[in-house]
Design a binder for this molecule. Structure first.
Ligand SMILES: Cc1cc2nc3c(=O)[nH]c(=O)nc-3n(C[C@H](O)[C@H](O)[C@H](O)COP(=O)(O)OP(=O)(O)OC[C@H]3O[C@@H](n4cnc5c(N)ncnc54)[C@H](O)[C@@H]3O)c2cc1C
Length: 309
């Protein structure tokens, strides 16, 4: 069965499940290569499927653009690659710890607490989940950049040990051990390679402009292409709308160019048809609008048949 076709095997429940699985499989494919030319884009996925498109909107994160997950053929131009490299990627990690019971202060105006350690950013920001999820007995600690990467590289057991030592430093030795821990690995996730874009303060508008700019028929979107709200969910949302509009405009212009070209091709043909009953000067004046072929015909370098073809 080819990648784009589904064959209905029958109407029984099992075959419906198979079809649903195939559809889900289809929509969660990993893109590995984009081959682009003046006429279109070919997208090749990890499992070997090939999709042809007139245009592509690419919404992977800036971290993925900086990684080697996607290959571009031909490769992206230097101005694009330089801009992508200049944008920093922030790693922001929320580690969740679940406890058998609550031992931290709770109630009005008590939600966050801060741990001061000689090592910068070492399990500094803590928050309980009692307000959002009463009775969940969950604490969240936020790490960033260097500390995020360090913790991502070690086992969850090591991270749990470190976090418990910090909590015992704050709340005393008698607090219970956490019964579960969740450590997201945004940096090591090959589909993220970080949490969100973080343009350097000194970055000029050109960097941003070049990150957003299309390359041929590949349009770029995502939070990193939102000038006002990069780094945020609504930045990604608004950038998607902007990019969609830009692509519609490009398609409209392309259609206009195509219909102009068709007119240019048609005019000499009409002129030829007319010339069967016209004198040569009349024929020439009738095809005055067409572009290069007309010029060549008028200058005597092409005959009518060659000018048309
Ligand atoms: C811990 C954390 C906390 C955050 N907190 C906030 C917050 O409080 N408020 C806020 O506004 N924002 C927050 N953000 C940022 C917010 O999540 C992002 O700005 C937003 O998700 C960006 O959306 P996006 O569509 O541009 O990119 P993404 O959400 O990264 O979407 C890109 C998609 O492309 C997919 N993909 C990548 N490569 C491929 C490939 N090769 N083939 C197929 N698919 C691929 C990815 O799987 C992903 O689904 C937070 C982020 C993190 C990590």
């Amino acid at each position: 069965m080819s990648c784009q076709e589904f064959i209905l095997l029958g109407s029984n429940f099992f075959s419906m499940l198979v079809i649903m699985w195939r559809i889900l499989h289809e929509i969660t494919q990993v893109v590995r290569e984009l081959q682009h030319s003046r006429s279109g884009v070919t997208v090749i996925t990890e499992d070997g499927c090939v999709y042809e498109a007139n245009y592509v909107i690419l919404s992977v994160s800036i971290g993925v653009l900086q990684s080697d997950l996607l290959a571009f053929t031909p490769s992206l131009p230097r101005w694009k690659l330089e801009a992508i490299e200049k944008c920093d990627v922030m790693v922001y990690t929320k580690i969740f710890l679940k406890f058998p019971y609550r031992f931290w202060p709770s109630g009005p105006e008590k939600e966050f607490f801060i741990y001061a350690h000689e090592r910068r950013g070492y399990y500094t920001f803590w928050q309980h989940m009692d307000n959002a999820y009463p009775g969940s007995n969950i604490l969240v600690v936020t790490l960033t950049n260097g500390e995020s990467k360090r913790v991502e590289a070690q086992s969850n057991d090591d991270t749990l040990r470190e976090a418990m030592a910090v909590l015992r430093d704050m709340f005393g030795p008698d607090i219970p051990d956490a019964i579960d821990i969740l450590v997201p690995r945004w940096f090591n996730n090959r589909f993220q390679r970080g949490s969100y874009s973080n343009y350097p303060i000194i970055a000029n508008r050109k960097v941003f402009h070049n990150i957003k700019a299309p390359v041929g028929r590949i349009f770029f979107t995502g939070e990193h292409t939102s000038e006002r709200f990069n780094g945020y969910v609504h930045g990604g949302y608004l950038a998607g709308i902007d990019t969609g509009k830009a692509l519609v405009e490009e398609i409209r212009k392309e259609n206009e160019r195509e219909s102009e070209n068709q007119t240019l091709l048609l005019e000499p043909l009409l002129a030829l048809t007319g010339s069967l009953t016209m004198s040569k000067p009349e024929t020439v004046s009738n095809i005055h609008k067409c572009d290069i072929p007309t010029q060549l015909y008028l200058s005597g370098k092409l005959g009518i048949p060659e000018a048309i073809l």
